[in-house]
Design a protein around this ligand. Structure first.
Ligand code: 2HA
Ligand code: ZN
Length: 266
């Protein structure tokens, strides 16, 4: 980082780069697939937050009422996750929302334009903050196995896929206790997709965008990755059982309920 000398921020950038590498290695981030945003406002000093912009100011599609003056680390549009991993600040930027919540400008480190999903990421951050939730991260990626499962209409009914994945291995309900939300297909990058996602964020930490990808929200980028990774593990167990020619039995409702009580899950 040239413009900010800040250990806490550097360690956050390193975590995002680590996760970007996992997304690439997993095969979930073809070309520029996926995007990550992190609210870094609390990690910056007052003078870092007030740095002069290195870009013009860009309009946001709606007022971000709860994000006024907030700063975000965001992956760049058209940038590849594999290069976010190897050269994080050549492929991400830090942006600052203005004090009216209507525009943003880039303040570090290079003038990398943010992801095409920025309006949807910011809408989600704005919604969660407005609900009093200390959310920091929005992570979107294209996990092959989970996306394949959204091509089967019966799995798109509420909680069908989530319950199936919970039943494949006990760990999944422990790591993803709220289950998996399903957002019907909408155009990538659209506010319709953002709005449909927001409607599910009260109930779920992870949602699937039909025929597109997964989205996780949380306070920590590693934990967001872990939730999707664990769901993907369950998906692989299901798919491997099917490939061996049988429908996996799955844990029973009673076993799942026993788990919920033992681990004090919601
Ligand atoms: O960043 O994944 O949804 C590219 C995408 C858009
Ligand atoms: Zn996508």
């Amino acid at each position: 980082m040239k413009r900010m000398k800040n250990d806490r921020l550097e360690s956050q950038i390193a975590q995002v780069a680590e996760v970007a590498g996992y997304l690439w290695q997993r095969g979930w981030a073809e070309r520029n697939g996926g995007n990550i945003s992190v609210n870094v406002t609390d990690l910056l000093t007052e003078s870092e937050k007030a740095l002069p912009a290195i870009s013009e100011s860009y309009a946001l599609p709606k007022t971000m009422k709860w994000l006024k003056g907030n700063c975000f680390l965001v992956t760049g549009t058209n940038r590849r996750m594999r290069y976010v991993a190897s050269q994080p600040m050549e492929n991400m930027a830090i942006i600052r929302i203005d004090n009216a919540g209507d525009t943003y400008e880039i303040i570090a480190d290079n003038p990398v334009r943010p992801t095409s999903e920025l309006p949807s990421h910011l809408s989600m951050h704005d919604y969660l903050k407005g609900q009093g939730i200390d959310n920091k991260v929005v992570l979107h990626t294209h996990p092959t196995d989970l996306v394949a499962m959204t091509h089967y209409r019966p799995f798109l009914q509420p909680d069908v896929l989530g319950k199936l994945l919970w039943s494949m291995i006990p760990e999944t309900r422990v790591i993803v206790p709220k289950g998996l939300g399903i957002v019907p297909y909408e155009l990538p990058g659209s506010m319709a997709l953002a709005d449909a996602t927001i409607q599910l964020l009260d109930r779920y930490d992870v949602v699937m965008w039909e025929k597109h990808g997964a989205l996780a929200v949380g306070s920590d980028v590693i934990e967001c990755f872990d939730m999707i990774d664990t769901l993907s593990k369950s998906a692989q167990i299901y798919l491997q059982a099917r490939a061996m020619g049988f429908e996996p039995e799955g844990m029973t409702e009673a076993q799942s309920e026993e788990l919920r009580k033992a681990f004090h899950l919601c």
